[in-house]
Design a protein around this ligand. Sequence first.
Ligand code: FES
Ligand code: FES
Length: 161
Amino acid sequence: MPTFSLKINGQNQTVDTEPQTPLLWVIREHLGLMGTKFGCGISQCGACTVHVDGHAMKACSLPVSAMANGQEIITIEGLSEDGSHPLQKAWIKAQVPQCGYCQSGQIMQAATLLNTNPNPTREEILDHMRGNLCRCGTYMRILVAIQEAAKASQGQTLNND
Ligand code: FES
Ligand code: FES
């Protein structure tokens, strides 16, 4: 079985697995980082969203072999060391989660928006978050939390990638 070297949350990791193994499986099953969730497995829900070189990507649909070229992979566990990312604080303030299952993916998706557009409009937020589904319907609280994080972050650096 081949060995792949990955850089996840700033740490070098090696995993022995088949080339087509989805990154999501590696993150959860090999490395024990359980914050990234399996929802649909077909790139349709966003529960598995992680950052790859600063871009939000769906880990369920990325073969591990394509991720072993030195890309910087960040999961929800690596977004901040202590939950102090402005989005995490805003999520708590707005009491966004219901069941919570989709929320790490939502936060990771939102983080890439604020990294490139620190002061997004309502429409820009809704457009950016369109691919992340929430079966509990927390969409309005997600919107409020992103707006709150954007407000709180004016003049601050959000990017932990
Ligand atoms: S589990 Fe990856 S998009 Fe749904
Ligand atoms: S909080 Fe339950 S799926 Fe989003």
